[in-house]
Design a protein around this ligand. Structure first.
Ligand code: PLP
Length: 364
């Protein structure tokens, strides 16, 4: 959509000052504005940042029936020096389009995704509390809107971006169960895409595990159920006797931005990092012969979510979660980079104002 303008219809007053930042549930309150862009007849027709309001779509809209939906999740921070930053905007943009391609949906143009998010975040910066660890969660998403009860690729789409305030996230150690019956993703399927159906399909097994007292499941591969893949909606890592292990992303494992960032940090710490298939036999054996095992999920929300218990074929194993666990060094470093407390030598923190604006709110 080169040259296509994002129209700005802003509210005269931001309502962030009326929001209770001391007590709220994540994801329930949207900020004041939404970006909405329409695609039809093979091109992006219009884009606007406008006051947040409910959508009106036809009950025949294809997304309601056949699941052509894709989303992303990223965060903006108020850095310790007061600058705004958006974490790894480029990578989230690429991944959005990777997901869209798999779902036979049109790509979002770079300008629309990036400039749209930058303008929206700039407009909603009052929603990032000064409290330590708070941020703004950004949710770009796209849905098929053609009105037709026919199983075919939609010709019309809405791309939208909403934001919601986010508090500091304390990840209490989790109890997880290795899932060997149900499958999250199979080779050739859509597991690597952030498509809504993947999440809906995971609720039932996750709920069964919760009824048994677990917080989450560890997903295993569809063919043998003997190789670990992800945990809940996080990528999975182990540190076994100081070596960081994580399965490779690909058709069945989402290419997590946090995972990628932590791998780079671990390598720069000088740690040994092995990205390779990890079997349950290997994990079992590590526990059985008394190796020190840390196990944790990694993702945008928690950064690192430690596991204090892993149940595997009815046997409980206890990974190490002591204060000196190595995983906390990874978490500390990434958190410090995201907040600007430590220098970002990776170029991950995108600074809208310094990079793109001549003065606040105006594209240079
Ligand atoms: C299935 C799944 N795996 C892993 C992740 C972690 O990815 P990221 O680090 O990009 O948040 C997410 C969260 O987006 C996810 O939904």
């Amino acid at each position: 959509m080169s040259g296509m303008e994002i129209k700005m219809q802003t509210k005269s007053q931001n309502t962030a000052d009326q929001f209770n930042f001391d007590q709220f549930q994540f994801g329930v309150k949207a900020t004041d504005h939404i970006l909405v862009a329409r695609y039809r007849e093979g091109e992006w027709q219009s884009a606007a940042i406008q006051p947040f309001e409910h959508l009106s779509i036809s009950p025949l809209a294809m997304c309601l029936h056949y699941g052509q939906t894709v989303f992303e999740g990223l965060k903006a921070y108020k850095q310790v020096n007061g600058e705004l930053s958006i974490f790894r905007l480029d990578r989230h943009y690429e991944r959005m389009n990777e997901s869209l391609q798999r779902m036979a949906m049109p790509n979002v143009p770079e300008e629309l995704f990036k400039d749209g998010i930058i303008k929206l975040v700039e407009l909603e910066k009052e929603w990032i509390s000064d409290r330590e660890g708070y941020s703004l969660y950004i949710r770009p998403f796209m849905i098929a809107t053609e009105e037709r009860l026919g199983v075919s690729i939609s010709k019309e789409y809405l791309f939208m971006v909403v934001c919601t305030p986010m508090a500091a996230y304390y990840a209490k150690p989790l109890k997880v169960k290795v899932e060997r019956q149900y499958t999250r993703a199979a080779k050739g399927g859509v597991g690597a895409a952030k498509n809504g159906g993947n999440y809906g399909a995971a609720y039932y097994p996750a709920n069964l595990a919760q009824q048994e007292g677990f917080d989450q499941v560890i997903w295993t591969d569809a063919e043998t159920h003997n190789y670990v893949e992800e945990s809940g909606t996080m990528n999975l890592m182990f540190i076994v006797d100081g070596v960081l292990l994580t399965p490779p992303t690909g058709e069945t494992i989402l290419s997590g931005v946090t995972r990628d960032s932590l791998i780079q940090i671990a390598k720069d710490f000088g740690w040994q990092v092995e990205v390779r298939p990890i079997s349950l036999d290997e994990i079992k054996q590590a526990f059985d012969i008394g190796k020190k095992v840390e196990a944790f999920g990694v993702g945008t929300a928690a950064v690192v979510a430690p596991f204090e218990l892993i149940q595997l074929d009815k046997v409980n194993y206890q990974p190490y979660v002591g204060d000196d666990a190595q995983m906390y060094q990874l978490k500390q470093k990434l958190t410090a980079i995201r907040s600007g407390a430590e220098e970002d030598t990776y170029g991950w923190s995108f600074k809208p104002i310094t990079n793109c604006y001549s003065d606040a709110g105006k594209m240079s």
